[in-house]
Design a protein around this ligand. Structure first.
Ligand code: NAI
Ligand code: UGA
Length: 438
């Protein structure tokens, strides 16, 4: 099939590359001239494990090309994906200006029937808005389909190629046939496509992200209670996750959810509820709890230093909002670093992938280090915000020699309590007893 993908951010690039990999001819369009130049030179602007191999192969074999020209990019395309940003507007609703602008342009330039696919996360009713925006000027027949994306950063290729499910919202038989053909290679491998109407598909995406955010938040609240009652949240996770009705995944208590999607999507669903005069109380709680959770370790650090962080050096491990990505959008580490700087602390940081992205924001306000151990040298404490695998089994003796105080504030529960006790560390984590050396 001939496919156009408009927007080559995370989702656009993965969508385009994966559909090229399944034998389609894909043109990716972006207005960011520098990004397109980089892509044309074979340089991927994001860090996403496994994407490079597919990208290189499909570029080399001519199935994946890039342009800044929308008319050129969509020419003869049977399907046109819109993988454009939907950032939160001032009132929390998803801002549709990027999508509606492209929809408007498409009306003028569509030359043959095409299925326009909303891949972005968009509120209920958007397919209709996109349809109307195109229809204003369209001279040919077209359909608008909702096909939300469920991939996770860091495992995006795997999620895209072997999805738990593909959701397609359409009321057009013609578009349905096209979507069946498009996803046939995935269906043949046993990955189901679930068809429904457009509004239900749009809601499915928000329901999925909000449910997962709620699941994490529930565990964070259990963790906070565990600290008070003297229980261990990791045991609770194992104890309830084995119940197949609950499931093992997304039960890890921590420093709050971040990233470019959960925070904005929970907020957007709350706004949709308000617009329809529905008081979605759970969502309000999820947002409030997560706001506090992100700053949870700060009082512990302040308390440890008797309320005064002036002149103290805090080493930070992990900047990305989660491992296997360089994405720092809504990353808990950033908020914490800003607060620590404000309190007068000095910061040394290490992250295997995200430091370049943070340099543009924090500049020389923090010291960027080339190894996790370099960040510890002469630091007064260590804080951990991202569970990169390399932080899981560090050389504790070496760490103890580099740190001025053997104290760790761990937002991801990476270490066993007994292990830290034996090593003589003071160890604060989430939803577990504080380890204080005898
Ligand atoms: N990042 C993720 O893991 C996931 C994101 N989503 C959703 O997918 C959508 C896109 O997200 P990301 O890929 O992260 O966004 P992004 O912000 O990384 O990329 C969007 C791209 O669109 C381009 N763009 C903006 N206006 C344009 C125009 N008029 N013509 C052509 N290109 C234009 C930008 O230059 C940028 O390269 C959002 O709605 C998001 O909620 C859904 C699932 C996963
Ligand atoms: O709409 C989106 O953009 C995507 O949002 C999330 O994917 P992503 O943001 O890449 O990352 P997740 O792995 O879901 O993690 C989100 C946040 O939750 C946190 N988290 C996750 C799991 C957990 O058990 N505990 C926990 O605190 C992570 O640390 C991270 O900050 C969803 O998992 C994807 O299905 C969805 O497509």
């Amino acid at each position: 099939m001939k496919i156009a993908v408009v927007g080559t951010g995370y989702v656009g690039l993965v969508t385009g590359t994966c559909f090229a990999e399944t034998g389609n001819q894909v043109t990716c369009v972006d207005i960011d001239v520098r990004k397109v130049e980089r892509l044309q030179q074979g340089d991927i602007p994001i860090y996403e494990p496994g994407l490079d191999v597919l990208f290189d192969r499909n570029v080399a074999e001519g199935r994946l090309v890039f342009t800044t020209n929308l008319a050129e990019g969509i020419k003869d395309a049977q399907v046109i994906f819109l993988a454009l940003p939907t950032p939160p507007g001032e009132d929390g609703s998803a801002d549709l200006k990027y999508i509606l602008k492209v929809a408007d342009d498409l009306g003028y330039i569509l030359e043959t029937y095409a299925v326009i696919i909303d891949k972005s996360t968009v509120p209920v009713g958007t397919a209709e808005k996109v349809h109307n925006a195109i229809a204003k000027n369209a001279k040919v027949d077209f359909d608008v389909v909702s096909n939300p994306e469920f991939l996770r950063e860091g495992v995006a290729v795997e999620d895209f190629m072997k999805p738990d499910r593909v959701v397609v919202g359409t009321s057009s038989e013609k578009a349905k046939k096209m979507m069946e053909k498009l996803y046939a290679p995935l269906v043949r491998q046993g990955n189901p496509v679930i068809f429904m109407d457009e509004r239900s598909a749009e809601m499915t995406k928000y329901a999925a992200n909000s449910f997962l955010a709620m699941k994490i938040t529930f565990m964070n609240e259990i963790a906070n209670l565990c600290e008070k009652v003297g229980a261990n949240v990791d045991d609770i996770r194992r104890g309830i996750g084995t119940d197949s009705r609950i499931g093992k995944r997304f039960l890890f208590a921590g420093i709050g959810y971040g990233g470019s999607c959960f925070p904005k999507d929970v907020q957007a669903l709350a706004k949709t509820s308000k617009d329809y005069n529905y008081d979605f109380r759970i969502l309000e709680s999820v947002m409030a709890v997560n706001y506090d959770q992100k700053k949870k370790l700060l009082p512990m650090v302040k308390n440890y230093f008797d309320g005064d962080l002036k002149g103290k050096t805090v080493a930070v491990w992990g900047l990305a909002f989660k491992p296997y990505t360089d994405d720092i959008r809504e990353a808990p580490a950033l908020e914490n670093i800003e607060a620590l700087l404000e309190a007068g602390a000095k910061i040394t940081v290490y992250d295997p992938e995200a430091m370049n992205n943070v340099k543009g924001i924090l500049g020389d306000k923090v010291t960027f280090c080339h190894t996790p151990y370099a960040a510890l040298d002469d630091a007064d404490a260590l804080m951990i915000f991202t569970e990169w695998p390399q932080f899981r089994t560090p050389e504790f003796e070496k760490m103890g020699k580099l740190l001025k105080n053997k104290v760790v504030f761990d937002g991801r529960n990476l270490y066993e309590l007994d292990q830290m006790r034996e090593m003589g560390y003071t160890y604060y984590s989430i939803g577990r007893e504080v380890v204080i050396p005898a």
